[in-house]
Design a protein around this ligand. Structure first.
Ligand SMILES: NC(=O)c1ccc[n+]([C@@H]2O[C@H](COP(=O)([O-])OP(=O)(O)OC[C@H]3O[C@@H](n4cnc5c(N)ncnc54)[C@H](O)[C@@H]3O)[C@@H](O)[C@H]2O)c1
Length: 349
């Protein structure tokens, strides 16, 4: 548990007074649709700032965030409850997110859906309920991009596996933190998803994008790589250890699924966004070959508490499974902008 400083408590009180001018606390909440979240949310640069601040707070242990708990009606799906208290962002709340990889094909629905509740820190009362798919689509690539910028700032090549929601945003974000990029490789099992990605980012990304013919081509061509495909309890091991070389930086968003587990087990350094989260997933059987030995957390690198890369030939894996300090910090910015602009529907509690 984190105890707020006197200065922080003063800020919470001010925030409470501000909220009282915008909403009848305890009597009503603000409902924000997905479109309103997009309209009121920060842009790519703004998201990087919000997430950097939240990650640094995480690195300094100035937060409260129990590892996510979940329910699993089917083997291949999960719901996660993700609460967080982030004093530096004056934010607390909880994200309730679903991941159903079967959805796009079988139901014509997105793989990832969810809602987020934001609360007043001083009184606990709920202030807002908002869609959380967009903020998830933004904060996840922000973490990858910030970690890539810290671990491999000189990278000239970036590879992205999975060209869905996350893949598109990863390509949009990565160009902001890897300024020397000359080429981006993308790969998806469905070639039309690669086309869609290229189309989606064409106005924002001037770095040439190669639609790769195989995972091997991507792994062998890129210094820095990420994957956002699906998460399964048993590793799919699509990316093979024999294709990987020293000096690469691998930043999976899909836990231990896409990359052959021996890559992480034998990496020179294995960082994670949250040790608690990775230990929890290990307990649930997502690391059947064992959880690699963790040298530190992504937030600790960003806060300057732990060294990231210390030699050019280190193979580094940095696994970011998603932490709610970022969701709640993003939600706070969206909510604040919406309250200022008078956007959202007030509803009685
Ligand atoms: N770490 C985090 O914080 C975080 C946050 C959100 C989502 N995720 C994870 O990221 C993944 C993608 O989420 P999304 O919302 O982008 O889903 P999505 O369905 O929009 O995209 C996934 C894409 O991966 C492709 N794919 C599946 N298997 C593949 C393979 N073997 N090789 C190449 N491509 C493959 C699919 O064809 C699809 O285009 C999911 O596993 C999700 O759980 C992680």
């Amino acid at each position: 548990m984190y105890s707020a400083t006197d200065e922080q408590v003063k800020q919470f009180e001010q925030e409470h007074e501000y909220l009282k001018t915008k909403i009848d606390l305890g009597e009503e909440i603000v409902w924000l649709t997905r479109d309103q979240c997009v309209e009121m949310g920060p842009d790519v640069e703004g998201t990087l700032d919000v997430v950097r601040t939240a990650m640094i707070s995480h690195g300094k242990k100035e937060y409260e965030m129990p590892a996510k708990i979940g329910i699993h009606p089917f083997d291949d799906v999960f719901f996660h409850a993700m609460p967080a208290y982030v004093p530096s962002s004056l934010a607390c709340g909880e994200k309730w997110i679903e991941c159903f990889p079967r959805n796009p094909k079988e139901y014509n629905l997105p793989q990832t859906t969810g809602l987020q509740v934001m609360n007043d820190i001083m009184t606990g009362v709920p202030i807002a309920v908002m869609d959380c798919t967009w903020l998830t689509a933004m904060r996840t690539p922000a973490v990858t991009a910030l970690a890539a910028g810290a671990l491999h700032p000189e990278a000239k090549t970036f590879g992205m596996f999975g060209c869905g929601v996350q893949g598109v945003e990863h390509v949009r974000f990565i160009v902001k933190t890897l300024p020397k990029l000359e080429k981006i490789y993308v790969y998806d099992i469905y070639p039309e998803m690669m086309d869609k990605l290229c189309d989606a980012v064409k106005d924002d990304v001037s770095v040439p994008i190669v639609k790769a013919g195989s995972p091997e081509e991507v792994v062998k061509s890129c210094e820095c790589l990420s994957s956002a495909t699906i998460i399964t309890r048993d590793p799919m091991s699509v990316a093979k250890h024999e294709w990987v070389s020293k000096g690469q930086t691998i930043l999976p968003c899909d836990l231990n699924t896409f990359w052959e587990p021996s890559i992480s087990l034998e990496a020179d350094k294995y960082f994670v966004d949250s040790i608690d989260e990775h230990e929890l997933f290990n307990g649930m059987g997502y690391f059947p070959d064992g959880l690699p030995s963790i040298v530190g957390e992504t937030g600790e690198i960003l806060a300057g508490i732990k060294d990231g890369r210390t030699s050019a030939d280190e193979l580094i894996v940095c696994s970011n499974i998603g932490i709610s300090v970022n969701d709640i910090a993003m939600g706070q910015v969206i909510l604040k902008n919406a309250l200022e602009a008078g956007v959202g529907t007030k509803m009685p509690l």
